[in-house]
Design a protein around this ligand. Structure first.
Ligand SMILES: O=C(O)[C@@H](CO)OP(=O)(O)O
Length: 247
């Protein structure tokens, strides 16, 4: 039986402030740090241990992984960080308040920007794209650095990571933990669960809750389950969906 555990990072400062984050490197809040430890404790209680962990190059994910590893008493396992697990790039919306953006452009437009499969937010001007000068992206061809991304664009970088890095490790028997972001997880979940372009619009990922997949030998999902209280998880998902309301 193959398993995979996915966790969205804990609450970030811009989750709390209700701002579009994308590739901005915002840190966790104290609540986010506590959520990371709780996720690790829940995994430990359920008997999970891991051989390797993968995360993005953004500190809200890295710090979440640290909290999970600490609670699991597995600080020693190999960790791979990769930009392909980053949050979807939010283009010119990065840093804007979601409720204010909904008040200005309408909730429907904000839902399209947040959740549609193939409509990207307005792009950053190339000259304003700080990722071009950020050493963590120095190994990339500048053409790979986006000025904005829709979910389809995020799928186009997350899926190669799945096929090249995650799936072979899982197939070889490694116990793999992935700490990622709301939309890089939506990209992976869309593929794994074969969710349509229309249905993915309603999928929201809660912060700091382990999502456990069980696969058959072909890595087709047999079961998936969030670890934790179902009502609390549903409330967290609804809170994410409601971030795009004008209030
Ligand atoms: O701001 C972001 O980068 C993401 C995740 O926090 O937000 P949303 O849920 O609006 O896609």
């Amino acid at each position: 039986m193959h398993k995979l555990v996915l966790i969205r990072h804990g609450q970030s400062q811009w989750n709390l402030d209700n701002r579009f984050s994308g590739w901005a490197d915002v840190d966790l809040t104290p609540q986010g740090i506590a959520e990371a430890r709780e996720a690790g404790a829940a995994l430990k209680q359920a008997g999970f241990q891991f051989d390797v962990a993968h995360t993005s190059v953004l500190k809200r994910c890295v710090r979440t992984l640290w909290g999970v590893q600490e609670a699991l008493d597995q600080m020693w396992i190999p960790v791979l960080t990769d930009w392909r697990l980053n949050e979807r790039h939010y283009g010119a919306l990065t840093g804007l308040n979601k409720a204010e953006t909904a008040a200005k452009y309408g909730e429907d437009q904000v839902k399209i920007w947040r959740r549609s499969y193939d409509v990207p937010p307005p792009p950053l001007e190339r000259g304003a794209n700080e990722a071009l000068h950020d050493p963590r992206y120095a190994g990339l061809d500048p053409a790979q650095i986006p000025d904005t991304e829709c979910l389809k664009d995020t799928v186009a970088r997350v899926l190669p990571y799945w096929h090249e890095m995650l799936a072979p490790a899982i197939r070889s028997g490694q116990r793999v933990l992935v700490v990622a972001h709301g939309n890089s997880m939506r990209a992976l979940v869309k593929y794994l669960d074969n969710i349509s372009d229309d249905a993915i619009v309603e999928v929201n990922i809660p912060n700091g809750i382990p999502l456990v997949y069980e696969f058959d030998a072909e890595l087709r999902p047999i079961r998936r389950e969030y670890l934790g209280d179902a009502d609390a998880i549903a409330a967290k998902m609804a809170a994410v969906a409601n971030q795009g309301k004008a209030k």
